[in-house]
Design a protein around this ligand. Structure first.
Ligand SMILES: [Zn+2]
Length: 225
């Protein structure tokens, strides 16, 4: 079992970076929840969140949560600010394991692939508390700039946040060799004969989400279109 701690940067009284009517703390929580949701489809992985709602947690406590859980990997998700554009990732600038470097390499490149034509600000190292105090390989991602109008426009798109989450998942899947859970298949194996079954159309997304949850519980691979 691979234990992964997902850390949504900031929260509560700490909004993180602010710009273009966006708060970093909300974006990081959105992305982290999506990463966790997609990872539910994989075998042999346990997800631990440092927060799943809008609350303040000290940096040392975030690292302590991971250390207490004996996690295999710590992933902290952030949004950048301060004038710039694009994506960058960080590992600790002191002693790190070879695994830490390898995880940064693969996750960084999968995120770059998933988010399309964004500037690659490169793989970096820094003395950040959550990277320094965690006892397992740890990575921190800075996903675009909240105070850059073009980046912020992307961050306002739910679809783009999904792409960011998907990139993180693809990286984690490759880093840890995760395999998709075997889903009960309701279609034949011939790809030219796929029949889509629709079970509901809702004007309220909440209702659609509830139905998807119910179907998933029953083992059907349901999605909202
Ligand atoms: Zn941040």
């Amino acid at each position: 079992m691979v234990k992964i701690v997902l850390d949504a940067g900031h929260g509560g009284k700490d909004s993180g970076a602010v710009g273009n009517d966006l708060l970093e703390k909300n974006l990081t929580l959105n992305i982290v929840k999506q990463i966790g949701d997609i990872l539910k489809d994989y075998d042999g992985v346990e997800i631990i969140y440092t927060r799943t709602d809008d609350r303040f947690i000290e940096l040392s406590e975030r690292a302590a949560i991971a250390n207490r859980a004996g996690a295999n990997f710590f992933l902290s998700v952030h949004i950048n600010s301060g004038g710039g554009t694009g994506f960058e990732s960080y590992i600790f600038n002191g002693n790190v394991s070879n695994a830490t470097v390898a995880y940064q390499n693969v996750i960084h490149s999968e995120i770059m692939k998933a988010i399309g034509n964004m500037t690659d600000r490169s793989k970096k190292r820094a003395n950040y508390a959550v990277l320094r105090e965690t006892k397992m390989p740890a990575l921190l991602t800075e996903n675009l700039f909240i105070d850059n109008a073009n980046d912020a426009a992307k961050l306002k798109s739910e679809k783009f946040l999904q792409q960011i989450a998907y990139g993180h998942v693809e990286g984690i899947v490759k880093a840890f060799g995760l395999k998709k859970k075997v889903q009960p298949s309701t279609t034949s194996n011939t790809p030219e004969k796929l029949y889509r079954v629709q079970v509901g159309a809702f004007s309220d997304r909440k209702n659609a989400e509830q139905l998807v949850e119910e179907l998933k519980k029953k083992g059907y691979p349901a999605t909202i279109v």
